[in-house]
Design a protein around this ligand. Structure first.
Ligand code: FAD
Length: 375
């Protein structure tokens, strides 16, 4: 029997779950508090330059998940795009992630891969046997010079606290390549939707069983009106923050235009603490197949998220994790609501992981319906 379902949020989580349920014959209502779809992946044309802009920060689609890649390609055309990031530090421009070019340029050498590996091993602080903090982990992996030039200032600005206060787990693997591969991601599939992410999400939401309501904030009382609710808003917000607020970092973007090409690449990081912003995004480089004389760039500043700000990165330190556990316990007691997506589960999720989880959530729900289990 067809169910009445509410999807809170028209980002990838809400759109993909909504689409799967709509295709299975259920009646789906999608609401979003904002005036646009696609959540934080929203793209739109800059009014002055005509450039496609990633409104909430740069988004590059990359995945190893073949089904997810085929899924997004059903709804739009993807253009090949390889993410190559640069960083300005100590008066020079370097290639990221740290690779053989970066190492040779930084130390003014012409080392081969095995020589560079040996050289970096000699830089590493081997007296740190069991790194506990981000700083110790970086010193253990790459030594002080590379840590200070490429990790310290950026991390301090991004998270608003000294790297010695952050867990080692943030820097999981050796962040260095001993070859000239400067492709930021290792995934098999990488690309950029030709007409932007919002057009892609528009395609996903385009189904006769889906009705979309923008500028519509979800109220908890609405749960009673539906057979089930999938909620991709902030977990703590669902409960009116009654146990306190989960901490986020937010971003401020300072827009400026330039006649021509401002920096020659899409993303330029600024690792030094003396520069207040973390990076500059020049959006026209995300669509190299388009021609634009003018250019629009965003300087990106990171700071603590206040209640009225857009939440971006969950902080997930010890205090937040303890609070999260309490909210998760409250959420478990609601059998008619499923919490999904980056805000609903308070995790940083890439787009491909978001879509994978959304597909799995929808399929799990449809199985329960088919087996006449309670939803
Ligand atoms: P969201 O996109 O946040 O959508 C949630 C929606 O719910 C929002 O539209 C919001 O308005 C709505 N909402 C919330 N509360 C309510 C309410 N009470 N009532 C109604 N509506 C509500 N991923 C990548 O794969 N590659 C990248 O390069 C990449 N870059 C990123 C850069 C930045 C700066 C950030 C922060 C993230 C990046 N991501 C990237 C991750 C990507 O943004 C997420 O995977 C994606 O946004 C998750 O989708 P979502 O639907 O879960 O959440």
């Amino acid at each position: 029997m067809s169910k009445e379902l509410l999807l809170v949020g028209a980002g990838f989580s809400g759109a993909v779950i909504g689409r799967e349920l709509a295709e299975a014959g259920h009646k789906v209502t999608v609401v979003d508090a904002r005036s646009h779809i696609a959540g934080n992946c929203h793209t739109e044309r800059d009014a002055e330059t005509g450039v496609m802009v990633h409104v909430y920060g740069p988004h590059i689609f990359h995945t190893d998940d073949q089904e997810v890649w085929e899924y997004v390609n059903r709804f739009t055309t993807f253009k090949p795009y390889v993410n190559r990031v640069k960083t300005t530090s100590k008066g020079q421009v370097f290639s990221l992630p740290i690779n053989l070019h970066t190492i040779n340029q930084f130390f003014d050498k012409t080392m081969r891969p095995d020589e560079a590996r040996e050289f970096i091993e000699a830089q590493a602080d081997t007296s740190i046997e069991d790194p506990q903090t981000f700083e110790e982990q970086a010193l253990r992996f790459v030594g002080r010079d590379l840590y200070e030039a490429f990790f310290k200032g950026y991390t301090q600005k991004q998270w608003g606290c000294h790297p010695s206060k952050l867990p080692a787990s943030i820097l999981k693997r050796l962040p260095v390549r001993f070859n000239y591969n400067d492709n930021y991601f290792f995934h098999r599939f990488q690309g950029m939707p030709e007409e932007g992410y919002t057009k892609l999400v528009e395609g996903i939401l385009d189904h006769p069983n889906i009705s979309l309501h923008l500028n519509t904030r979800f109220e908890r009382e609405q749960v009673d009106e539906y057979d089930h609710v999938f909620y991709s808003g902030p977990l703590d917000g669902f409960f009116d923050n009654d146990l306190g607020r989960l901490g986020y970092r937010t971003l401020d973007f300072e827009r400026f235009t330039y006649k021509g090409d401002y920096q020659g690449c899409a993303v330029m990081n600024y690792g030094e603490e003396s520069v207040p912003y973390t990076r500059i995004t020049e959006h026209k480089h995300f669509s190299p197949w388009e021609e634009h004389e003018g250019s629009v760039c965003y300087r990106e500043y990171s700071r603590a998220c206040e209640p009225e700000d857009v939440p971006y990165y969950p902080i997930r330190l010890v205090d937040e994790k303890a609070l999260l556990a309490k909210y998760v316990e409250k959420a478990r007691q609601l059998d008619k609501v499923t919490f999904v997506g980056r805000l609903g589960t308070y995790r940083y999720l890439d787009m491909d992981v978001t879509i994978r989880e959304a597909l799995d959530t929808a399929r799990g729900f449809l199985d329960r319906v088919e087996n006449s289990e309670p939803v």
